[in-house]
Design a protein around this ligand. Structure first.
Ligand SMILES: [Zn+2]
Length: 406
């Protein structure tokens, strides 16, 4: 019988949430926070897959200003559609699907609430499937290429499918006892917590259901392997939203012209600006933003320390960030209020990701450290003593762990 190294990606399972809920504490007694990086899943996930910081792998946000190639040129005409059609979620989903197909995008493509009148000014950055070879903008190989090169049989779930489908697929593979490395992708908790926040009966129920499914899958797999080494981890946490900012509406009344003076992308928690109008416009807009109490301008030094100094200011010449618990309403991501959000200062306690394992491993200090652990797994790395020097890392009852194994 073989050993299975199972890596379970759980979108938005923050350290605070995992700790408070004692998420799968019986199965995963080795637990530690893991620093996230600035941005959303669109930049955290490529970091997990490559072990590189955003400025190296080149992924940050889905939208950046269009260069010579203007993929959405002409699509601005859709702004003449009646609002009840153009802003309907299902219409936008269908249209996103159509555009992705027409343009040959294999990555995750979503229009979100991007106003059609602004669409022609943007390019979409995640054109390719980041889980497939050649999908990373910076050209780095992902962990799956390392696994492939190792010659060990491996499995990866399909990020386009639901958690149910992916868990079933993993279960079907595990009973054969062949695969030695597996990566389970799950994003159900992220969707659940965006909708309801981190607490409440619906969330309790969702967590209980998900934990039960994971426990059953791991239990089944253990019958077909000598050992199943489980590593559950996330890309970032989730904050309950308490305040909304209408800065976009206020800013757009100032009279600056989009495309001529400035370009802005209003993500859920940050606004990113570029200044085709030149340094004078930049100085005026920067001065205006400094006096707004909604959030703060992110300094160049901070961006650098977060690994987000992008060449040619690809993802913004100026970043304006909201404090944890605030969201822009409206933004280009959400038209309406949502109860949970992430994408704040990475140092905020609600931002921290988690690392939960069934056995001692190196403790990843940040998302970039997960890649070497996944790589070690295909090189026969059997783990190293848990770094107890890390104060935040903890080991829960080993007795409980043993009980969970059988
Ligand atoms: Zn999310």
């Amino acid at each position: 019988m073989k050993t299975l190294n199972l890596f379970i990606f759980i979108d938005a399972l923050g350290w605070k949430i995992a700790k408070e809920r004692q998420f799968l504490a019986d199965v995963l007694p080795y637990r530690s926070p893991c620093n996230t990086i600035f941005g959303y899943s669109s930049t955290c996930d490529p970091t997990i897959l490559t072990g590189e910081l955003p400025e190296k792998h080149g992924h940050f946000s889905f939208y950046a200003p269009a260069g010579k190639e203007r993929p959405f040129k002409g699509w601005g005409a859709l702004r003449f559609l009646p609002t009840f059609i153009s802003e309907h979620r299902r219409v936008r989903n269908r249209l996103s699907h159509y555009i992705a197909k027409k343009r040959g995008y294999t990555g995750y493509f979503q229009l979100y609430s991007m106003p059609f009148k602004y669409l022609p000014y943007f390019d979409y950055t995640e054109k390719k499937d980041i889980y497939m070879p050649g999908g990373i903008i910076g050209g780095q190989k992902t962990i799956f290429e390392s696994w492939q090169a190792s010659g060990r049989p491996w499995f990866r779930s399909d990020w386009r499918q639901s958690d149910e489908v992916n868990l079933r697929a993993l279960g079907e593979v595990a009973v054969k006892g062949e695969v030695e490395l597996a990566y389970l992708f799950t994003a159900g908790l992220d969707a659940l917590m965006h909708r309801y926040g981190t607490q409440g009966p619906e969330v309790d129920q969702g967590f209980a259901h998900f934990e039960a499914q994971l426990r059953a899958t791991i239990f089944q797999a253990r019958k077909h392997y000598k050992d199943v080494r489980v590593h559950a981890f996330s890309d970032h946490g989730m904050a309950n939203t308490q305040r909304s900012s209408n800065l976009r509406l206020r800013f757009e009344k100032l009279g600056y012209r989009f495309g001529r003076d400035y370009i802005a992308c209003w993500d859920s928690t940050m606004a990113r600006f570029w200044f085709p109008g030149g340094p004078a416009v930049k100085a005026q807009i920067e001065a205006y933003l400094r006096y707004q109490l909604d959030g703060r301008i992110v300094s160049a030094a901070e961006l650098k320390s977060w690994g987000c100094s992008f060449p040619n200011n690809r993802y913004g010449e100026l970043f304006y960030l909201l404090p944890a618990g605030s969201i822009f309403v409206p933004s280009f991501m959400n038209k309406q209020w949502v109860n949970g959000m992430h994408g704040y200062d990475p140092a905020h306690p609600d931002s921290a990701a988690s690392w939960l394992t069934s056995h001692p491993t190196r403790v990843p200090k940040s998302l970039v450290d997960i890649f070497p652990i996944m790589q070690g797994a295909c090189q026969g790395d059997t783990g190293v003593p848990w770094d107890r020097a890390d104060e935040a890392a903890e080991v829960l009852s080993e007795a409980g762990h043993e009980a969970a194994l059988f």
